[in-house]
Ligand binder design. Structure first.
Ligand SMILES: *[C@@H]1O[C@H](CO)[C@@H](O)[C@H](O)[C@H]1NC(C)=O
Ligand SMILES: *[C@@H]1O[C@H](CO)[C@@H](O)[C@H](O)[C@H]1NC(C)=O
Ligand SMILES: *[C@@H]1O[C@H](CO)[C@@H](O)[C@H](O)[C@H]1NC(C)=O
Ligand SMILES: *[C@@H]1O[C@H](CO)[C@@H](O)[C@H](O)[C@H]1NC(C)=O
Ligand SMILES: *[C@@H]1O[C@H](CO)[C@@H](O)[C@H](O)[C@H]1NC(C)=O
Length: 500
């Protein structure tokens, strides 16, 4: 029952999205003057937007409700005027209750910033609506948040620069409106997978944008370039980070699309990927000693090819709470890989491999794997993932990543899998075999592998163990060791040597 209801909701957002792309945001949204005059909610005792100051570590504890003009509450509840203030803003809700992630985020913030004021913006009555209506309500809620901040600004010692709004999904756009309406500039807004439907491509005044705060950082975890994108695809902050390309998140099971449909767990997959942004942020708060790094890149495919692992000129940054403030004129898009669960950090490596083919022309597409041996640990067998295709007689760049810290790399084993892992690569192999059936020596030559660690920025070159034997064929392996000092000898003048 629950599943069919949520599946229905899923499709109804889809329909809203399909039908509602031209729906206007609505004129001047009705703005509440006093919380008790709220027209949104019939129940006059309970305002439709409530500000719950979390005063205890116990999630069951009621906390304090802030209300405009009631200064006593601030004192009685121990609101610290000089400390940081976080506003956590939830999104559209199908259940009508505050979800579990919110309690996790609250306690992670309390743990990390002991003095901070953590305020939950509860707009459940306005969020538990048809998606289109909830979208329309974001403006009103943003206005409420702005008025709360303006009132706080009237207090001595309160500084808008210490305010950090954290909005999930629709809540990210609420934060955008709040930052836009408040008198002055809030310190920071973090958008956690800001909602996509009805916001993609919208004017900057109708969605989260870099001008809504001194610093706006965004995590995108559920974006799709076709079909329904629950999260917004376009960059909307100063820094927009797309973990795992911003689409398929490890551990969320979308790789098994047919399985998910068969078991009716589509909505769980959607929730898993959309909510991943929150858990990455929580991870950055609680696992400060295991920071994840993201790397600037123009698009996801270039990142997957391993081209973008540079830290020069601020091209890399930590993600989540620890992100370094960077305000470029243009949006900065950044990428990283993650693990499937907390701590999400992985170690990225760029591998540059020059692949020679003396005997074969054309079609040969090898399936290579590497195993990295380090001072701390050895990696698993890692695929050299091919984004487009392998160029022969050219340098190919690959991205590999490990969950463990290997320490300093010592050697690399390169293997060419004979047995293909997937139907697609089996087909490719068959095709290349058919195109050269008479050629018994499907042989390639690799002399060196150049490796750069994203995390340490160290570069190392590995040379074939036996310089006389650099050939590899399907089913074979080739070992590479750290090149001896001065490997780049003058007399190494084969025409195919390239120095990059
Ligand atoms: C948006 O909400 C306001 C009230 O807040 C209402 O007057 C208006 O009709 C709504 N617009 C749409 C398009 O639903
Ligand atoms: C309020 O916050 C400031 C800054 O974080 C801190 O130094 C101070 O001790 C806090 N005051 C109280 C009463 O907790
Ligand atoms: C690579 O270069 C060699 C000569 O350096 C040539 O014989 C061979 O055909 C080339 N291979 C491809 C695939 O172009
Ligand atoms: C080169 O190495 C491969 C794999 O290690 C081996 O099978 C082959 O016999 C070697 N060839 C020569 C000429 O040593
Ligand atoms: C390169 O030079 C070194 C010493 O200078 C020599 O031992 C080696 O044989 C030379 N290699 C080639 C391919 O000429």
């Amino acid at each position: 029952m629950r599943k069919s209801v949520s599946l229905f909701c899923f499709w109804s957002i889809y329909c809203c999205f399909a039908a509602g792309s031209h729906t206007p945001m609505g004129p001047e949204g009705q703005l509440e003057d006093e919380p008790h005059k709220s027209k949104e909610v019939q129940d006059a005792t309970k305002p439709s937007v409530r500000f719950n100051l979390r005063t205890s570590k116990d999630p069951e504890h009621e906390g304090c409700y802030l209300s405009l003009g009631h200064n006593r509450v601030l004192e009685d509840c121990g609101f610290n005027m000089t400390a940081k203030t976080f506003f956590i803003i939830h999104g559209w809700t199908m259940s009508g209750i505050l979800e579990n992630w919110l309690h996790k985020l609250v306690s992670a913030l309390q743990m990390r910033e002991k003095d901070a004021n953590v305020v939950v913006v509860d707009w459940l009555p306005l969020a538990h609506q048809l998606y289109t209506d909830a979208v329309n309500n974001t403006r009103v809620v943003g206005h409420n948040v702005a008025r709360m901040l303006d009132w706080l600004q009237g207090e001595d010692d309160f500084s808008l620069g210490n305010v950090h709004l954290i909005g999930y999904s629709l809540g990210a756009h609420v934060a955008g409106y709040a930052g836009n309406f408040v008198k002055g500039t809030v310190g920071r807004i973090t958008g956690l997978d800001p909602a996509g439907p009805m916001f993609e491509g919208a004017d900057i005044n109708k969605r989260l944008s870099p001008d809504d705060a001194d610093f706006v950082d965004v995590l995108h975890t559920y974006t799709r370039s076709f079909g329904l994108s629950i999260g917004i695809q376009m960059p909307v902050g100063h820094i927009d980070i797309y973990p795992n390309g911003g689409d398929f998140q490890p551990g969320c099971g979308f790789n098994d699309v047919l399985g998910s449909i068969a078991y009716g767990t589509i909505t769980e997959v959607v929730k898993c990927e959309h909510e991943r942004a929150v858990h990455l942020f929580v991870d950055s708060l609680v696992n400060q000693d295991k920071p994840s790094f993201a790397f600037q890149c123009t698009d996801s495919n270039r990142f997957k090819k391993g081209i973008c692992l540079s830290c020069r000129k601020n091209r890399c940054n930590s993600i989540g709470y620890n992100v370094k403030k960077m305000r470029n004129k243009r949006n900065t898009k950044m990428y990283l890989k993650t693990r499937a669960g907390m701590p999400f950090r992985v170690y990225h490596y760029q591998m540059k491999v020059h692949i020679f083919s003396y005997k074969n022309k054309g079609e040969l597409q090898p399936t290579f794997y590497v195993t990295l041996y380090g001072t701390n640990a050895d990696s698993q067998i890692l695929p050299l993932e091919v984004v487009e295709q392998i160029e022969l007689n050219a340098t190919n760049t690959f991205l590999v990543y490990t969950e463990e810290d290997l320490g300093d790399l010592l050697k690399i084993k390169l293997t060419w899998e004979r047995t293909s892992q997937s139907w697609y690569s089996l087909w490719k192999e068959l095709r290349s075999y058919l195109s050269q059936p008479s050629n018994p020596s499907r042989e390639l030559h690799i002399r060196r592998i150049r490796v750069k660690s994203g995390e340490t920025q160290r570069k190392l070159t590995f040379c074939a163990e036996d310089p006389e034997n650099t050939s590899i064929s399907p089913g074979q392996e080739l070992w590479f060791h750290k090149c001896r000092e001065g490997w780049r000898m003058k007399n190494e003048t084969s025409p195919t040597v390239e120095l990059a």
